[in-house]
Design a protein. Structure first.
Length: 97
């Protein structure tokens, strides 16, 4: 589901309505202080719940005086975020622009 490798969290399941609650809980527990990278390169499927998860993780990191940057956004997530006008609100690692 979500694994931690140093300061990187790797999501390996769909980010959708069915998994949103469990992913939110797991990701929130794993967020640390400082910068956390969340790698979405292995996410097989997304729906609009993925955007909600992303913004909740950002909010939880800020509560802990941390930041979150995302890497390897799946094309389907980029399309969805673009459709909703939210792509510019997702902090991306500099090499992922």
């Amino acid at each position: 589901m979500i694994t931690r490798h140093g300061n990187t969290l790797r999501v390996t399941v769909a980010m959708n309505m069915e998994t949103a609650s469990a992913l939110l809980d797991a990701g929130t527990v794993l967020l640390g202080e400082g910068e956390t990278q969340i790698d979405l390169g292995e996410v097989p499927d997304v729906d609009s719940a993925a955007l909600g998860l992303i913004f909740e993780w950002i909010r939880h990191a800020r509560k802990r005086n941390g930041t979150v940057v995302f890497t390897h956004l799946p094309p389907s997530l980029v399309s969805l975020a673009t459709l909703y006008g939210a792509l510019d609100l997702i902090p991306l690692k500099a090499t992922d622009h």
